[in-house]
Write a protein that binds this ligand. Structure first.
Ligand code: TXA
Ligand code: MG
Length: 319
């Protein structure tokens, strides 16, 4: 599948494909999505087939305005409005009661739906242009690294999508934060592009479940996920690496003071900025797979702000 530039004409073509039941990969500010018309169950089924994703794992519905959002949801708690007002469009997904317009395949039969309004202009233009919500997971084979540029999608899923819209490198680089709001409780289902600290400033304390058993109906929070082909080993910044080989690579958190020489080395952020670390994480892991290493050492980063999302992805990649 050829990658298309995101011109107005190409976006119109992409919208046509979505409306006809096809699959379009499109850029968002977090990672590239694999989109289908969220109201068309057959089209959505193609997403699961292309990704080899199990049907018990529900999808995020992407909307371009609040009216579209309100049609897909049932009762909207006050806290959800507080969150959407502050963080939309942007890297936040809210899980709440669904309306019966959402096909079961999208929500995996749950009574809830995950919704987000992306801020990437191409994503918003595409949704507006087709005027239907777009169901989209990240555009990678199930369990593998998420794509942060069009070439990643092309390489991983090229044969099974009808069109790939190129919108450049994703600015945030990790997926959206997922917050579930039910009656009085708010849960963090996945740390991501909006920090927990910023969310708590808006709605107060959020429950961080120790395991998904503590949250009603939260599937898909698998232990192993976001994994490159190579094995991932998380190390401390100060930790010495003993058995280094030509077949291993090193990803350091900030400027590298290690004495050992690695042929394959990536720096996440020279100045140790956590936003930059998040933006470069998947790209660095993709590069390591391209270098064909068997083992990737990755330095841990502080688990605050976007570092929480980064460590969440690394722990899953190494599980
Ligand atoms: O940044 C993102 O969120 C990207 C871009 C493309 O928007 N999308 C993304 O989708 O990361 P995906 O499918 O890779 O991850 C969606 C997560 C899954 O872990 C799924 O289990 C959870 O959202 N999810 C979806 N609907 C849910 C629901 N009703 N209740 C609980 N979790 C849900
Ligand atoms: Mg994903």
């Amino acid at each position: 599948m050829l990658v298309s530039k995101s011109t107005k004409e190409e976006i119109e073509k992409a919208a046509e494909i979505i409306l006809q039941g096809g699959l379009v990969s499109f850029p968002t500010e977090t990672v590239y999505g694999l989109g289908a018309n969220a109201l068309d169950a057959v089209a959505v089924a193609k997403i699961f087939a292309a990704k080899k994703r199990p049907f018990f794992d529900p999808l995020i519905v992407h909307v371009s305005d609040m009216e579209m959002f309100e049609r897909k949801t049932g009762h909207v708690p006050e806290n959800v409005y507080k969150l959407t007002e502050k963080f939309w469009p942007g890297p936040l997904t809210v899980v709440l009661e669904k309306s019966n317009l959402v096909p079961d395949i999208v929500s995996a039969g749950l009574p809830t739906v995950a919704v987000r309004m992306p801020s990437h202009k191409v994503a918003l233009d595409l949704i507006k242009c087709c005027n239907v919500p777009i169901a989209a997971p990240s555009a990678n084979p199930f369990g593998y690294l998420s794509p942060t540029c069009a070439e990643h999608v092309q390489k991983q899923l090229g044969d099974s999508v009808d069109m790939i819209l190129d919108g450049g490198q994703c600015q945030i680089g990790v997926e959206s934060t997922i917050i579930k709001v039910d009656n009085d409780n708010t849960y963090l289902l996945r740390p991501g592009g909006v920090s927990l600290e910023d969310i708590e400033k808006v709605i107060g304390e959020v429950i961080i479940p120790a395991s998904t058993k503590e949250v009603p109906d939260a599937p898909g929070q698998l232990k192993s996920h976001y994994a490159p082909k190579a094995k991932v080993k998380i190390i401390k910044e100060s930790e010495e690496i003993l058995a280094e080989t030509d077949n291993s690579g090193l990803i350091v958190f900030r400027n590298n003071r290690r004495k050992q020489k690695f042929k394959n080395i990536e720096v996440l952020s020279e100045k140790g900025d956590l936003c930059e670390v998040a933006a470069n994480l998947f790209t660095a892991l993709h590069k390591m797979d391209n270098y064909n290493v068997d083992l990737i050492y990755v330095e841990e980063v502080p688990e605050v702000e976007l570092g929480r999302a980064v460590m969440n992805r690394l722990k899953k990649a190494s599980a």
